[in-house]
Design a protein around this ligand. Sequence first.
Ligand code: ADP
Ligand code: MG
Length: 266
Amino acid sequence: MTDTQKYNCQEPAVQARELTRVFKQGNQTITALDGIDLTIHQGDFVAVMGASGSGKSTLLHLIAGLIRPTSGQVVVEGNDLGSLSDRRLTLYRRRRVGLVFQNYNLIPHLTTEENILLPLRADGASIQEGRDKRHVLWERLGLTTFLNQMPDTLSGGQQQRVAMARALSMEPAILLADEPTGNLDSVNSRKICEVFDELNRQDGRTITLVTHEPGVAIFAKRVIVLHDGRLLADWQTSQFRDAHDLAATYQELAAQTDEEQGAKLP
Ligand code: ADP
Ligand code: MG
């Protein structure tokens, strides 16, 4: 059975078709993404790996509607983002994607609860509505005891859980996270990974996160590897024994690619 047959009852969360993004810097052009074809199904959990500069953040920003494709398409829940007007793209960003960053991006002068409710408030919901709707999620994320605290009184791991609650407050089609554990120690990093895992397995959330750590990527169901803006590998994590096995396969691929590129040099 092909992937399309298996999922034809449900629209994919994200479909990228020959997705390309070029940046111009002075008289230089940089092809950050180079014709990517990728389908992310609803309920999928994808880790994006690849060296620095390989296009990971660009891919996330295109799915998030923060930037537009230079060519090709990125379709989310049937909407071709490149063809949306600026106004509809703004609404899409606000309502259909949840974004989590390495440095949490909480607003320092707002409490935890105010931070979490910000997207709902911006979209016109009342505070009470937000509280009623999201309390179960806040409990799951372990946030209920510090809802009135300011972000700078929280640990990094706690701040990232607040950022995740905020990102999920609009029930997005997809939760996108760019190196969400990059600033955390290994204990907090693991805790955050367990939350992602739970959100995916128990709530069926569709998640795509960027990481360079095999120990984080192994929590996903699927790992894709980017190299120079191209898709180099697409693995199911079930094929790996553990994070070390994934790390070894990843290193092997990286070495092989370096060798091939070396061979092309004059
Ligand atoms: P990664 O997240 O994998 O480190 P990025 O997607 O940030 O990679 O970047 C891919 C390539 O595109 C890099 O060469 C980077 O310098 C370039 N790039 C990304 N964003 C911009 C931008 N706004 N302007 C110019 N170049 C950019
Ligand atoms: Mg990046």
